[in-house]
Structures are given as C-alpha cells and as structure tokens.
Design a binder for this molecule. Structure first.
Ligand SMILES: NC(=O)c1ccc[n+]([C@@H]2O[C@H](COP(=O)([O-])OP(=O)(O)OC[C@H]3O[C@@H](n4cnc5c(N)ncnc54)[C@H](OP(=O)(O)O)[C@@H]3O)[C@@H](O)[C@H]2O)c1
Length: 271
C-alpha cells in the first residue's frame, strides 16, 4: 500500500474502497470481503444509506479500528451549523464508531461556510481525524479558505481519463489539499477506451489496474467500487508496477472534460 500525507500529518491509504450504490442488505458482506482482500480505507456517506451495514462489515472484519481509515460525508439535505453537528453524530451512531478518519461536505451548497464552521469544531473535538470537502470547484474552495479557519485537507471529486481536472489539481496542490478521485473507472466506461486497452496489454495488466495505478502516480487517493470479490483483488493488485512518463502523459491526453456524475455548480446548488 502507498500512503498520502495530509496537511495535518494524517496518513491515508491511497487506495480506498468505494461503497456508493452498495445496498445495505449486502454492504456488510462486501465491506468485510474488501477488508479481507486488504483494503484499509472505506468510503461511505450518509447519502448512500449504508452506513450501518458498512459499520457491521468493519466490525466483522476483526481488523483493529486504528488500522482502518473510514470516511463519511455530510448529506446535502443536512447543511447548516446545527444540522451538520446533528448529522455527524447520526453518522457516527450508524457506523457504530466513536470517531471517523475523515468527514467531508458531500456537495457544495449556499450554506457551505456555516456547515464548515461545525465541521471545524468536530475536528477540534477530535471526533474526525481530518476534514474536507467533496465536489468543490475552485470558487467553492476559495470561499471556505477566505471565510473559514481551517483549510480543507481533502477534496474528493470526479476524476478519470475523460475528466482530468487540470486547473483544480493545480489549485489544490498550491493549497496542500489532497486530491481524492471518485468514479475512477468512469463507472465502467474506461473499459471501452482503445488507448487504455493498448497500455494494459503492454504492461500485462487490466484496464482497471492501469487507471488505478495512473491515479496513484498522479498522487491521488483513489476509490474504485466493486461488489465482486475477484475485482476487489484485481483492483488491489496495483503496487507491483509503474507506468512510465510517456504512458502517464498519453492517459492525461485522453481528457475530454466529460462527466459521468453531476456538475457541482448545478446539482444541489440551490436546493
Ligand atoms: N463524493 C461523491 O460525490 C462521490 C460520487 C460518486 C462516487 N463516489 C465514491 O467513489 C466510489 C467509486 O465511484 P463509482 O461507484 O461511481 O464508480 P467506479 O468505481 O468508477 O465504477 C464502478 C463500476 O465499475 C465496475 N468495476 C469495478 N472494478 C472493475 C473491474 N476490475 N473490472 C470491470 N468492472 C469493474 C463495478 O462493477 P461491480 O460492482 O458490479 O463489480 C461498477 O459497475 C463510490 O463507490 C463512492 O465511494 C463519491
């Protein structure tokens, strides 16, 4: 495993396990499988409605709490100072944990600054080892940096070969905000990209492994999701090779600025 050091010194396993769309009736088994395969970083959210099952999977794994990195997120419906504090306590209770490793604002909304004030206090109370945001464009980050006390430690955003977020990456580097990639496999679309198939053939790896390795060499935390144990193993097997610079550059060059998910400026902006 490779690790990313956050601005507050906390170490994050760069390969995490995504749990969006994993229904709660199977999430316990899936998370226990992922931890058995070797994943130590689990990404969930109040919005995914599987925090209780994720918590059960974590406990069933038998792996010590301090060896795991658990992330959850503030639902867009719960913004605001007091709502955020209450929502955080609800997430902790559902997960069955007394702290999380990272707490994120899931989507930007007009009340970002108020919600962030609550999250800063959660961090200072040591119930979250690190705090950050998700789906924040540069202008959303600017607002928090100017009006908040603590610079977010992570921004978790959509990133894959067709959306390489060039300006956002530069901005985040300058502000020591770690980049975390969601939908790294473009929800399955990467498998159709001929250039990636060719690179995979050259390294005798799968397209999924090439794209996960690409993220790690970009310095990103990366969160592929699968409910299939053999794919968990495949996606985890990315620490025994390196892409050369030419191949990194040719993956960067695939960028088309296209999203598989929602645009943060519109999806929950006014709701
Ligand atoms: N912060 C946010 O707003 C946000 C938004 C979206 C996602 N996320 C996080 O990012 C995680 C990943 O994103 P995602 O779930 O949208 O998509 P993804 O990881 O890009 O793709 C998941 C899809 O790829 C398939 N897959 C996984 N490994 C594969 C492999 N080795 N070969 C072939 N197919 C494979 C999965 O199938 P099976 O499961 O059927 O095996 C699933 O259909 C989420 O689970 C969540 O934790 C965060």
């Amino acid at each position: 495993m490779e690790y990313k050091k956050l601005s507050n010194g906390v170490m994050v396993p760069m390969l995490g396990f995504g749990t969006w769309k994993i229904p709660s009736d199977i999430a316990e088994d899936v998370v226990a499988d992922a931890i058995e395969v070797g994943y130590r970083h689990i990404d969930t959210a109040a919005l995914y409605e599987n925090e209780e099952a994720v918590g059960r999977g974590i406990r069933r794994s038998g792996v010590k709490r301090e060896e795991l990195f658990v992330v959850t997120k503030l639902n867009h419906a719960d913004h605001g100072y007091q709502n955020t504090k209450d929502a955080f306590e609800t997430s902790l209770r559902k997960l069955g944990l007394d702290y999380v490793d990272l707490y994120l604002i899931h989507w930007p909304k007009p009340l970002n600054v108020e919600s962030w004030r609550a999250i800063e206090e959660i961090y200072l109370s040591k119930k979250a080892r690190a705090i950050g945001v998700s789906n924040f464009h540069i202008h959303h980050l600017e607002e928090l940096i100017q009006q908040g006390q603590i610079v977010p430690m992570v921004n978790q955003v959509e990133f894959h070969p067709y959306l390489t977020q060039v300006q956002l990456r530069e901005y985040m580097k300058i502000h020591y905000i770690a980049f975390s990639s969601w939908s790294p496999l473009q929800r399955g679309k990467i498998f159709e990209i001929v250039e990636l198939q060719e690179i995979a053939k050259k390294y005798q790896k799968t397209v999924a492994q090439i794209v996960i390795r690409y993220n790690i060499q970009c310095g990103h935390i990366v969160l592929p999701k699968t409910i299939t144990k053999s794919r968990m193993e495949e996606n985890f097997n990315v620490f025994n090779f390196n892409l050369n610079q030419e191949d990194m550059d040719s993956i960067h060059a695939l960028n088309k600025q296209t999203r598989v998910g929602s645009d943060p400026d519109t999806v929950y902006a006014k709701k």
